[in-house]
Design a protein around this ligand. Structure first.
Ligand code: ADE
Length: 343
């Protein structure tokens, strides 16, 4: 697949710059107000009691700041953070090794926690509940399990798939928060802040244009800001105006809602190949040669959010707004989509 400029998935080239744009403290973190308030209380209470913060599960679409929040929580609590991911921990021994190295109160951040192998996940249960790890030593008749106390710690799990976190694991988190897409005002504030940090000149119209096309996702907004900066540097004396931003983003094939050619392909495929749906996820994925998980994690959440897509028990359905956006007539007489599911 081509590099996708509106992808919520992180890309290597951006890591160091992205890092400089990440807010380091809760007071710099824009938006997600409800979540921020709850976290402030949880952190303050733990500090007062001199305890570790209860385990936290963060879920929601990619690029909304789950890792950033993990780092902020550790910084606010004044502890170290160890960042890893579900697929990176293959064996129970790897998990034991990580857990036994944690210092008192430390944060362990596991991204894509729904992808932890089950036998690795099982090591976490007693660690989370009682700060004890147990594992089996020796084999056959001599096999016995050893228990080892570890330091109290805070697990922060992050996932784009809340439903794929097993219930025994989910039950062991003290709280679970869903990160929402950012509203337009928050996105403008985030882009304005990033422009300031990167010393990019942009007027309010320029910022508004970039924010509006960022799919409510800071990671995408920051990436678009950098691409528009390139354009402004080459054709416009470095100043990002509304006009320049619009030109640059149109050339990048990001439309005024932030949809790119792959989003269009998803919708167009449902409308043209499947008469507007319903169509099953795997059929849809095959029809556009895209990975089903990528559709679920990256494309679908925003298309659902803006009301272009519906998920029904029989599959995905394109809405009237989606037809209108692509300039395709909505089939008024086709009542099949309105009928209840009789099967
Ligand atoms: N950069 C990425 N996410 C952010 C946020 N929520 N607030 C400020 N800057 C950000």
């Amino acid at each position: 697949m081509n590099e996708r400029v509106v992808s919520g998935i992180s890309q290597e080239e951006d890591h160091s710059i992205d890092n400089s744009l990440r807010p380091k403290r809760l007071s710099d973190y824009i938006g997600q107000t409800r979540l921020k308030t709850n976290l402030e209380i949880a952190i303050a209470a733990a500090v007062q009691r001199q305890e570790s913060i209860d385990h936290i599960l963060l879920h929601g679409p990619p690029g909304l700041g789950k890792t950033t929040l993990g780092n902020i929580i550790a910084a606010e609590r004044g502890v170290s953070i160890k960042v890893t991911s579900g697929p990176a921990i293959e064996r129970p021994a790897d998990m034991v090794s990580i857990l036994t190295r944690l210092q008192q109160g430390d944060v362990l951040f596991i991204d894509e926690i729904h992808r932890l192998p089950r036998i690795v996940e099982e090591v976490l249960y007693s660690a989370m509940e009682d700060f004890v790890v147990s594992w089996v030593i020796d084999k056959g008749l001599k096999a016995r399990s050893m228990n080892l106390a570890i330091q109290p710690f805070t697990l922060i799990g992050a996932t784009t798939r809340y439903g794929m976190v097993s219930s025994p694991l989910r039950d062991r988190f003290g709280s679970a928060y869903r990160l929402e897409f950012y509203d337009n005002e928050s996105m403008r504030e985030i882009i304005r802040r990033s422009a300031r940090i990167l010393e990019i000149e942009a007027d309010e119209d320029g910022i508004r244009e970039i924010a509006a096309r960022s799919r409510g996702t800071p990671r995408i907004g920051n990436r678009l800001l950098k691409r528009v900066r390139d354009y402004a540097q080459v054709v416009a004396d470095n100043l990002i105006t509304g006009h320049i931003a619009k030109d640059a983003l149109t050339k990048l094939e990001v439309d005024y809602l932030g949809l790119d050619d792959t989003d269009h392909l998803v919708i167009r495929s449902i409308i043209e190949k499947f008469q507007g749906g319903p169509v099953g996820l795997n059929t849809l994925a095959a029809s556009i040669s895209e990975d089903a998980d990528t559709i679920t994690d990256v494309y679908e959440p925003f298309l659902l959010q803006i009301g272009f897509l519906d998920r029904t028990s029989r599959g995905r359905v394109a809405t009237r707004q989606a037809y209108d956006h692509l300039g395709i007539d909505y089939p008024e007489n086709d009542r099949s989509k309105d009928q209840p599911n009789l099967f």
